[in-house]
Design a protein around this ligand. Structure first.
Ligand SMILES: C[S@@+](CC[C@H](N)C(=O)[O-])C[C@H]1O[C@@H](n2cnc3c(N)ncnc32)[C@H](O)[C@@H]1O
Length: 222
């Protein structure tokens, strides 16, 4: 629960990121990512926002997609590159050191799938709003958005519990990395506000991790 805030610490030691992630989430994140990646089809063009060491990128490439993974952390990208070589997926994977804000340079309606794992919670409110609008623009009609991220629970007592567990972890992560994450609020509503249709939402038992699938309508208003 709320251990996602510790990702910031793991990001500062990329070589230990994958192992640390598995331990912190007790392998649950792997299941979430497997479920999300199962929406990806052979030959599709996929963009992974904040791809890190390639957890979602490689899953999509395994399914036969051509994937562009973007991230601001060069060390994480280096590991993603080595993993894609090792898995013999390098020819289907393109990795770019760039920020989410730069997707404004991607061509309109050029991706079948945009995916993001635990990156939206590292963006500011403004960045996230802009990113979602850009995601709509660059998705092909009927293209899909796949997200797994830390969210703020809807129920008051789960919110209080999450905040209590989160606070010491936030402080620890901040002392070590001078950065923090914030659970995303109202993710389904924000996705709808950006003009996408939410197809499914699944929450963890603690209501702190959300898996969301959304699609871009075929044509305006359809
Ligand atoms: C918690 S990690 C998740 C990495 C990967 N998606 C995963 O699930 O293993 C968040 C990633 O988002 C990246 N990130 C944060 N802000 C970003 C931004 N504005 N643009 C691109 N990447 C960003 C970080 O560098 C980091 O690699």
């Amino acid at each position: 629960m709320s251990t996602y805030v510790l990702m910031r610490i793991l990001e500062s030691a990329p070589s230990r990121y994958d192992q640390g992630l598995r331990i912190l989430t007790l392998g649950r994140l792997d299941q979430v990512y497997d479920r999300l990646a199962s929406h990806v089809e052979q030959g599709q063009r996929v963009l992974d926002l904040g791809c890190g060491t390639g957890a979602l990128t490689l899953r999509a490439a395994h399914r036969g997609a051509r994937v562009k993974g973007i991230d601001v952390n060069a060390q994480m990208l280096e590991i993603a590159g080595a993993r894609s070589e090792e898995a013999k997926l390098a020819e289907r994977v393109e990795l770019c050191e760039m920020g989410v804000a730069e997707i404004e340079n991607e061509a309109a309606e050029s991706y079948d799938v945009v995916m993001s794992g635990l990156c939206f919670s590292e963006l500011s409110e403004d960045e996230l709003g802009c990113a979602l609008k850009e995601v709509r623009r660059i998705l092909k009609p009927r293209g899909i958005l796949l997200v797994a991220d830390e969210v703020r629970p809807g129920s008051v007592w789960k919110r209080v519990l999450a905040a209590l567990v989160r606070l010491p972890l936030v402080l620890l992560a901040y002392v070590i990395t001078q950065t923090t994450t914030r659970p995303v609020t109202d993710l389904p509503q924000r996705v709808e506000n950006a003009g996408l249709r939410v197809e499914s939402v699944r929450l963890s038992n603690t209501a702190t991790l959300m898996e969301l699938v959304a699609s871009k309508p075929r044509a305006e208003g359809v």
